[in-house]
Write a protein of this length. Structure first.
Length: 110
């Protein structure tokens, strides 16, 4: 039995930025990389992924370019921008602080 877990609001953007920071990648590749790195815990659906990519592109945190994929078809490849790197660093630091605080509470509140 698997249970569905929801990402905290804003977390998906940070995760996308982290994957895109590794190098140019298309949308399907982003979802597969997140699934792979998270050991199949994160399964980001197209209905969540593509609106987030459009939002990040609109905010100029990522840029996009149509290129040939490894299958020979055109695909939109995403790259992180300097503003995206700055946002990623900030959000990753905030996430680390939050997750440490939650962990501390879980370990000590008995």
């Amino acid at each position: 039995m698997t249970k569905k877990m929801e990402l905290l609001r804003g977390t998906l953007d940070m995760l996308i930025l982290r994957v895109v920071a590794l190098g140019p990648i298309h949308g399907y590749g982003i979802s597969q990389r997140l699934k792979q790195i998270s050991r199949n815990v994160l399964d980001v659906r197209q209905g969540s992924l593509y609106p987030a990519l459009h939002r990040l592109e609109k905010e100029r945190l990522i840029s996009a370019e149509w290129l040939d994929s490894d299958t020979g078809h055109k695909a939109k490849f995403y790259c992180i921008t300097p503003a995206g790197r700055k946002r990623l660093a900030s959000e990753a630091a905030d996430w680390e602080t939050l997750s440490n605080a939650i962990g501390f509470v879980l370990r000590t509140a008995e």
